[in-house]
Design a protein around this ligand. Structure first.
Ligand SMILES: [Zn+2]
Length: 130
């Protein structure tokens, strides 16, 4: 990531006054699609994928957290998800309040029926809408 971009992102964060929670999702953590989010507009940036980049200042991953297949170019979507508070191995889940954004295939996220385990480690940014 270019220093110039990082500087721009920091300015956008400061202007917005937003301070979303950023969590690390580990491989094997349970995640699921957050429903009823399609009309939500990102609190900062032009879209949710840009929103993720503004707050993480990271490049998009080259693999999709849902399916582990190649993720690149315009196909990268800012996906709304819920994150399990517990670790895998437990039969019941407790979903952390609010929804979070991770980059991934849109089709993979909406295809999740119930829940799935993350295939890569990825930062998730709390989704704060406009
Ligand atoms: Zn995928």
């Amino acid at each position: 990531m270019k220093e110039e971009d990082i500087r721009k992102f920091k300015e956008q964060i400061e202007e917005s006054g937003l301070n979303p929670v950023v969590r690390t999702i580990e491989v094997g953590d349970w995640i699921k699609n957050a429903e009823r989010t399609k009309d939500d507009e990102a609190g900062v940036g032009t879209c949710w994928r840009e929103y993720w980049q503004i707050f993480t200042q990271n490049d998009y991953p080259t693999r999709c957290p849902f399916c582990n297949d190649t993720l690149e170019g315009e196909i990268v979507d800012g996906c709304h998800i819920k994150i399990d508070e517990k670790r895998f191995g437990l039969s019941s889940r407790k979903w952390i309040e609010g929804s979070f954004i991770i980059p991934g295939h849109h089709d993979c996220n909406i295809a999740i029926d119930g829940e799935c385990q993350a295939k890569i480690m990825i930062l998730a940014v709390e989704a704060i809408k406009k």
